[in-house]
Unconditional design. Sequence first.
Length: 269
Amino acid sequence: MAKKSCKQIALAQNFLRSSKLVRSLLDTSSIASSDVVYEIGSGRGIITAELARVASKVVAIEKDPVLVQKLRERFQDVNNVEITEKDFLKYRIPKGEYKIFANIPYNITADILRKILHEPPAPSEAYLVMQKEAAEKFSGNPRETQFSILAKPLFDIQIIRELRRTDFEPVPNVDSVLLHIKKRRSALVSEKDTFLYRSFVRYGFSRWKNSLKLIFKPIFTYGQWKHVSKDLHFPVEATPTKLTFEQWLGLFECFKQRVPGDKQAYVKR
């Protein structure tokens, strides 16, 4: 009995209450009749049903076998809905153009975001209902985080809608939003520089020192740092989260231009 209880808690999810609300959220998206859309954690199928009205194909991925059975019964006569019993984190998405629209389980939000953003093939767009605090972290709003700085060369990430707690059943004790992730047509960091960029950002966020001036002391002289901070319009004593994404990009470009030799050696942990 205890095992069953733990499993129910692990798969627990706050479901959207209203089909009207789901339609309203879909109206803010770009999902159209030509799109293949993946849904993560389909639950009772309230989003699945609305997606089926607007998308070419809906792949509903659900981990709970009880819910999977109910979904298959509900959508057995809906030709453009495919129900897949699988843990999304272990599911391999086939190559091809696709989008994601989902109300994701809050307890595995970070793992889902990492998979979407860093495991190919990436979606052209993703719309995710999630906890507001987490969405702010991933989108870098109101201030950038290591996660947002690492993701933004490839993706534009923004909160596009706030929801009420009473929009869910059961009612959660946290605020929720709709997060929009859109893959950029052209990456802002070249493929050959991607590993170096990630190492550089992680180095900047992982040092115990507070200011970037001290963190990057082995890389930039004080004179160089003053010049760079002036050019990029940030304070000399700025900390990692005080820089905007654009300033981080500029700082990385300065690093590439000013540091001679094996640049990777400078940012090894």
